[in-house]
Design a protein around this ligand. Structure first.
Ligand SMILES: CC/C=C\C/C=C\C/C=C\C=C\CC(=O)SCCNC(=O)CCNC(=O)[C@H](O)C(C)(C)COP(=O)(O)OP(=O)(O)OC[C@H]1O[C@@H](n2cnc3c(N)ncnc32)[C@H](O)[C@@H]1OP(=O)(O)O
Length: 300
């Protein structure tokens, strides 16, 4: 990994990168990884695995805002599973290829005016993505290079370490109550495991979207760095995590996360039933419809 950084630094200093269109530290890291094995190319997510370092970089590339649709979540879970089974992969960096947004969270259209059967399928995909990422034995680092509300924040919180662009206009948090919906207990558990009980209680009730500096202050993210350095800083952090013997780190991770995972495993079906009946309520559909309208108005 340090070879990646040395190479990035060399290129930046030599000015070669500045000759590339749209070049910056972020693209340096991406270009380096891109020169390695293209692991998978699906329409919404790109994964490159560096066979020398064992580090995969997963880039979300689903315009306009990387919302977590059924297709996106399915691709995501497949990719994480594939990397999990690959013994040559030791770590995964998750980031966005789109400007200004890491992920807008769950795709609201998947929860709006659809059939109960669709809600079941969608919620299973949300659960599956969480099981795969939260339960991953690899080192996972979120390189948060844009806004990351709700489900986007959940994905980031599932990772072992979070680095966010220090842009104060970017925010992150579980803002579900602002949409008139309630984050399920395992979203809450995941947040509580990151920032503790009190901050989760405030954050969840208020549907708080933390600015990048606020997120650092409460421990929702671990580091803020200039936007162009988010991915190279993630690579740097990764090298520290990979210096620990895998078996010891993996057992420690599993020891910390198993109770949270077991809790959803035990309530998987009930959680789906809850989601379907909650989402199908007229009042919830009305709230979601109004929220989508608000998003559109804000745009115009
Ligand atoms: C008792 C309990 C039992 C069970 C549990 C039950 C229920 C729990 C249920 C659900 C949990 C949900 C968690 C979620 O993730 S909900 C999603 C929350 N997401 C948001 O609130 C983000 C909304 N989006 C934004 O704030 C912004 O789009 C942005 C900051 C991410 C990006 O801003 P931009 O200015 O760059 O882009 P926009 O112009 O706003 O958007 C472009 C385009 O994209 C559409 N869009 C945005 N976000 C979403 C989304 N999450 N899903 C679908 N579509 C989205 C937006 O409307 C624009 O569309 P148009 O181009 O206008 O058509």
């Amino acid at each position: 990994m340090s070879s990646i950084l040395r190479r990035c630094t060399k290129l930046t200093h030599s000015g070669i990168l500045s000759m590339l269109p749209g070049s910056n530290g972020r693209s340096c890291a991406l270009q380096y990884f891109a020169s390695e094995k293209r692991y998978s190319t699906s329409s919404k997510i790109k994964v490159d695995l560096d066979s020398n370092t064992g580090v995969a970089i997963m880039q979300f590339q689903s315009p306009p805002v990387n919302s977590l649709s059924l297709d996106f979540l399915t691709e995501f879970a497949i990719n994480i599973e594939k990397l999990e089974l690959d013994r040559s992969c030791r770590g995964v960096i998750i980031t966005s290829a789109l400007p200004k947004v890491f992920s807008a969270g769950l795709d609201i259209l998947e929860m709006y005016q659809k059939s109960p059967e669709h809600y079941v399928e969608f919620w299973k995909a949300v659960q599956e993505a969480w099981f795969k990422l939260y339960g991953s034995s690899k080192v996972t680092i979120a390189a948060i290079n844009g806004n990351s509300p709700a489900g986007g924040c959940l994905l980031a919180m599932c990772c072992d370490y979070r680095i966010m662009a220090e842009n104060p206009r970017y925010s992150i948090g579980l803002n579900e109550t602002q949409l008139g919906i309630v984050a399920p207990f395992w979203f809450k558990d995941t947040m509580q495991n990151v920032v503790g009980h009190r901050e989760t209680e405030k954050g969840l009730q208020l549907g708080k979207l933390y600015t990048a500096p606020e997120a650092l202050k409460v421990g929702l993210v671990d580091e803020l760095v200039p936007e162009e350095k988010v991915v190279s800083s993630a690579a740097e952090a990764m090298s520290k995590w990979l210096a620990i013997p895998d078996h010891a780190r993996q057992l420690s991770k599993s020891m910390m996360r198993k109770p949270t995972i077991d809790r959803l495993l035990a309530a998987r079906e009930a959680d789906i039933t809850n989601f379907v009946s909650f989402t199908s309520k007229d009042s919830i559909q009305k709230s979601l419809g109004m929220y989508m309208e608000m998003l559109k108005k804000r745009r115009s």
